[in-house]
Design a protein around this ligand. Structure first.
Ligand SMILES: [Cu+2]
Length: 493
């Protein structure tokens, strides 16, 4: 509801008097004025207080504090042309928010502490509806926005809008900050996974994960602010057996800017754990579930914007072994694919930033195996095996958006547990297998010939955006199966 207010103003004396009067009150005062001569209206001071909230529907919002807007979600804030609009923003949780109004060039700046406050002030010079919103990636899209409704007649001015604050600026082209010198490696080594459980009875298993925001190396000379489980991408490989009861505890590291949570696709129950684990910085939550069905399942953060948290690295795999486990193999590996959205083009050196619009457009700059560009092509993080050995790759896609056409250049999958179903017969002799975001597969093959094999998504343009991994097979040549005169360069192999 907004007041009716004649755009013409009564004498400046009355206005000045009201200004003094209104400035003392926590909320706006409505009063009607019956016309007078047209002036450069001095306006009133109208004040509103908004508090950020994290809820269910919408997932995040502003809620009015005091006056007509008390308790209203994303209330419409009314003002007249010429008013001085003053909005106090209070951070309702110890996570990152702000309040921005683009047209007026005003922002509260980053609020990170619980109950932290900021005040913005501006003077609209034209009627219309203007959006106030939280500019943290994804927060506007999931509900953190409302309207400033301005009535009256436009004040003649060259500038469409006037801002009384110092924050009014023209948005500049994104510039690249220097790479962060102490950025860590977030790459999980593909050999870093627990071994088979063996033939044991169902039991209780405790899993403790920590949501950790870290500045990591995205590529050589390029850093990025990741969200992770336990500091690496993907998160820890969780291995249980069917019938186990899993007690899952999630901690969000103190000092984080975002709340985090977990949804495991191995769970039967709403949210897959997410309804029990929305965890603020410094907090801890837990829940338990019984693993009812064998399979290889993705887990991921499910805090809005979920896609943002996934893009930044919050995903992993949980294997629910069938009774008796999977058939033994010589080597097991753990690889996950993700797509990443930076404001700066692929290959830019420096500290890159997240581009929410690019994510919504599903237009990634980077594709990564295990968290960073070409991470699994380094000697440190490549896959190693011997000729004659059987290899099993647990492969999942965190996404958030891109489906993988998983392929190993130079090999044929002897067996594919398609869609990561461990209760169906595996497919045999497969070249490439489709893995959707939030999906997984298990592939197995025997290495006949030594050399370097390349893990790819056979949408091969992605190889030019960081998506490749090397598997080295050592052993004796096997000319009966594969031989030529001379290995040529530039074959991509
Ligand atoms: Cu998260």
């Amino acid at each position: 509801m907004h007041k009716s207010f004649n755009p013409n103003w009564i004498a400046a004396v009355l206005g000045a008097f009201m200004l003094m009067f209104v400035a003392l009150l926590p909320i706006r005062i409505d009063f009607n004025v019956s016309s007078a001569q047209e002036t450069e209206a001095p306006g009133q001071v109208v004040e509103y207080t908004l508090r950020t909230i994290i809820g269910q529907n919408p997932a995040m919002a502003f809620i009015g504090v005091g006056g007509d807007i008390d308790g209203v979600i994303n209330p419409t804030l009314n003002a007249q042309v010429g008013d001085t609009v003053r909005i106090t923003v209070i951070n309702g949780d110890p996570v990152l928010h702000d309040l921005t109004i683009a047209e007026f060039g005003v922002s509260s700046g980053e609020l990170t502490l619980q109950d932290q406050e900021a005040v913005i002030e501006f003077t609209p010079t034209a009627p219309g509806d203007y959006v106030y919103f939280c500019s943290v990636p994804g927060h506007r899209e999931i509900g953190m926005w409302g309207t400033v409704h301005v009535e009256g007649e436009a004040i003649a001015s060259d500038d469409h809008m006037a801002s009384s604050g110092e924050v009014a600026q023209v948005a500049a082209q994104p510039t690249v900050a220097p790479a962060v010198s102490d950025a860590v490696s977030v790459v999980r080594n593909p050999s870093d996974l627990p071994g088979p459980l063996g033939d044991r009875e169902p039991t209780n298993v405790e899993v403790h994960l920590t949501a950790l925001e870290v500045t990591g190396q995205l590529a050589d000379g390029t850093t990025y602010d990741y969200f992770t489980f336990d500091g690496q991408v993907p998160g820890p490989f969780v291995r249980v057996r069917v019938g186990d009861t899993v007690e899952l505890r999630l901690t969000t590291a103190d000092g984080s800017l975002y709340p985090h949570s977990i949804d495991l696709h191995a769970v039967n129950g709403p949210g897959g754990g997410a309804v029990y684990t929305q965890t603020n910085p410094g907090g801890e939550t837990s829940f338990s579930f019984k693993a009812l069905a064998p399979g290889l399942y993705v887990y991921h953060c499910a805090t809005p914007s979920v896609a943002h948290h996934i893009a930044n690295g919050m995903y992993g795999l949980i294997l629910v072994e069938p009774e008796g486990g999977l058939p033994p193999v010589d080597r097991e590996f753990y690889v996950m694919q993700g797509d990443m959205y930076t404001a700066q083009p692929y290959g830019t050196q420096g500290h890159l930033t997240f581009d929410h619009a690019a994510m919504l457009d599903e237009d990634p700059e980077y594709y990564v195996f295990n968290g960073a560009a070409n991470a699994l092509t380094t000697d440190e993080n490549a896959l190693y095996a011997n000729v004659g050995e059987t290899v099993r790759i647990y492969f999942g896609v965190g996404g958030p958006n891109a489906t993988s056409s998983f392929h190993v250049i130079g090999e044929i999958f002897d067996r594919v547990y398609s869609q990561a179903s461990l209760t169906s017969e595996p497919l045999t002799d497969v070249q490439t297998t489709t893995v959707p975001p939030g999906g997984a597969t298990v592939v197995e093959f025997m290495l006949d010939v030594p050399g370097r094999y390349i893990l790819v998504d056979h949408a091969l343009a992605r190889m030019e955006r960081g998506l490749a991994g090397y598997l080295y097979a050592e052993g004796d040549e096997n000319p009966e199966i594969y031989h030529g005169d001379q290995i040529t360069e530039g074959s991509g192999h």
